[in-house]
Design a protein around this ligand. Sequence first.
Ligand SMILES: Nc1ncnc2c1ncn2[C@@H]1O[C@H](COP(=O)(O)OP(=O)(O)OP(=O)(O)O)[C@@H](O)[C@H]1O
Ligand SMILES: [Mg+2]
Length: 237
Amino acid sequence: MNDTLLSVSNLQAAYGHARVLFGVSFDVRPGEVVTLLGRNGMGRSTTVKCLFGMLPATAGSIAIAGRAMQGAPSHCIARQGLALVPEGRQIFAQLTVQENLLATARQAADAQQPWTLERVYGLFPRLKERRENLGWQLSGGEQQMLAIGRALMTNPKLLVLDEATEGLAPVIREEIWRTLRALKAAGLAQIVIDKNVRNLLTLADRHYVIDKGRTVWHGDSATLQQHPDVVHQYLGV
Ligand SMILES: Nc1ncnc2c1ncn2[C@@H]1O[C@H](COP(=O)(O)OP(=O)(O)OP(=O)(O)O)[C@@H](O)[C@H]1O
Ligand SMILES: [Mg+2]
């Protein structure tokens, strides 16, 4: 029995001739919350694109529950239990909230507490009120809730959130952080990419720092807290 949900090893990738990832390695265990930290442009979103089959890796390996998945298309990654809340949200602007939620819905035979429309509406009552509205009619915060809800409707084992609090009002950000804590309490593993280190330290179990396309540091929240030098050197805060 392999108790690693996701294992990424020495991942390398490029946009055309421009190499961007030179060796990214990390792993996630079931129920664990892990962060990818780093300054702007260091390769976190590129790592996510490789993970979801949106950009081919030029080298390295990606395994989900021990099964090699590098090179697999996005729908196969989803079937293995990974769901993405992408940078910039990317909801369907011309579909209603409810249609957005149903568009990617997927049953998971092994889900103990499956995600349904009602469960997502319980998590985000605001989405229930707005269920007949079109994507483009939503506020930024509502769009973000919808992007999270849509990902949950695939009944994932691992939720990957790329800058989910970016550009939101403080009160909405707090709601997103509360939601991520609730999802963790419900046992959902997460990879969280965000600028707010303080919130990440309380939410996450472990952290990986990516600098210029390489993982350069990893450790748990207590260890990161004891190393303000790491935060200063690699995150500039
Ligand atoms: N589609 C693309 N074509 C060419 N270069 C790209 C493309 N997307 C990203 N890059 C470059 O790849 C590098 C890594 O970008 P990436 O989006 O992975 O960074 P990041 O860590 O997510 O940071 P942030 O989201 O804060 O910008 C950057 O130098 C960026 O300019
Ligand atoms: Mg990014």
